[in-house]
Design a protein around this ligand. Structure first.
Ligand code: NAD
Ligand code: UDP
Ligand code: UDP
Length: 319
């Protein structure tokens, strides 16, 4: 049994990771400031005696005793990370410094949840880890993209300079139950709109692509990578290489929900990446990881979740 710290543990991916680590017999300390996460995401874990929750902002130093750290704290949806962009960069950069300082003192392994956004609007397709990316450093997405890039820099420098054992993953668009209904990302938006009979809002003409990974596949990959030998710091892409246009996603959600919602087209946000698909050869070669859940199956599970949530609570109460 290990004592494992999960920052951002009350968020969408973090709550699934906490659950998985507890199921594997570990002690889990969940740290979160509830900016985009919620107590409801971890409510079902509260009775487990090996689970502990601390309300804390990672931009402030943290002194705890653990064996391993997963650093996920950071809003991930463009709507939320652009709400307070200065705080977003602080969370990525100061958060990384504090968690790396903690890992250095404890000589603990630390995994960074980086992102495919480090590739920006990619000129290489699919994206391999060797690609340095195409990020606008002063645009509205930069607080997130450059914050995450700087966090990667800090991870590799703490590794080289202080010998901290690091694991850096680059997560591609991930979806599943416990995304917040008002999260603003495309999968949750489309499902909630379809279930409520509201128009499906496609930004641009819907020809831009994304590759969607179901959350259980991702969490399995994160933990598998954490368990690989110390000599392998990454970065490693984790995502599902199945690539879809946003219009295809909208049509699939409409079909699976049986909704009659109309599709409407809205302006494309600035710097919105045109296409994105991970090359996952490195994860496969290093720890035999490939995602197993096809998009339709994952969407069905996510739709079930949102049917439940929307059926039980009026949407405006879901803070
Ligand atoms: P999320 O917004 O649901 O979760 C983020 C969590 O971090 C929330 O619980 C939030 O309250 C918490 N948080 C934010 N700022 C904090 C701070 N300063 N101190 C403490 N806690 C803080 O998002 P998610 O989709 O679960 O993403 C989790 C991580 O994975 C993020 O680091 C994100 O950048 C990364 N990621 C996610 C995706 C994806 O598609 N979901 C893709 C790439 C990377
Ligand atoms: N830190 C922390 N918890 C710890 C150890 C360090 O939050 O258990 C913070 C510490 O406050 C510092 C940061 O991590 O701001 C970086 O630590 P490091 O040891 O690298 O830097 P230093 O303390 O020498 O500035
Ligand atoms: N998008 C959309 N309608 C929405 C929300 C998002 O068409 O209601 C588009 C968005 O412009 C982008 C893609 O879907 O091209 C994925 O957006 P998301 O915010 O989920 O993730 P990211 O852009 O960070 O990959």
């Amino acid at each position: 049994m290990k004592r494992i710290l999960v920052t951002g543990g009350a968020g969408f991916i973090g709550s699934h990771l906490c659950e998985y680590l507890l199921e594997s017999g570990n002690e889990v300390l969940c740290v979160d400031n509830y900016f985009t996460g919620s107590k409801r995401n971890i409510e079902h874990l509260r009775d487990c005696p090996r689970f502990e929750v601390l309300r804390h902002d990672v931009t402030i130093p943290l002194y705890v005793e653990v064996d391993e750290i997963y650093n996920l704290a950071c809003p991930a949806s463009p709507v939320h990370y652009q709400h307070d962009p200065v705080q977003t960069t602080k969370t990525s950069v100061h958060g990384a410094i504090n968690m790396l300082g903690l890992a250095k003192r404890l000589k603990a392994r630390i995994l960074q949840a980086s992102t495919s956004e480090v590739y920006g609007d990619p000129e290489e397709h699919p994206q391999r880890e060797e690609y340095w990316g195409n990020v606008n450093p002063i645009g509205p997405r930069a607080c997130y993209d450059e914050g995450k890039r700087c966090a990667e820099t800090l991870f590799f420098d703490y590794h080289r300079q202080h010998g901290v054992p690091i694991k850096v993953i680059r997560i591609f668009n991930t979806y599943g139950p416990r995304m917040h209904p008002d999260d603003g990302r495309v999968v949750s938006n489309f499902i909630v709109q379809a279930l409520k009979g509201d128009p499906i809002t496609i930004y641009g003409d819907g020809s831009q692509t994304r590759s969607f990974c179901y959350v259980d596949d991702l969490v399995r990959g994160m933990v598998r990578f954490m368990e690989t030998p110390e000599a392998e710091p990454g970065p490693v892409n984790l995502g599902n290489p199945g690539e879809f246009t946003i219009l295809e996603l909208a049509e699939t959600v409409l079909r699976l929900t049986g909704s009659a919602s109309p599709i409407v087209f809205r302006p494309l946000p600035q710097d919105d990446p045109r296409r994105r698909r991970p090359d996952i050869g490195r994860a496969d070669a290093l720890f035999g990881w490939r995602p197993g859940v096809p998009l339709a199956t994952g969407l069905e599970r996510t739709i079930d979740h949102f049917r439940n949530v929307l059926g039980h609570h009026p949407v405006h109460c879901l803070a």
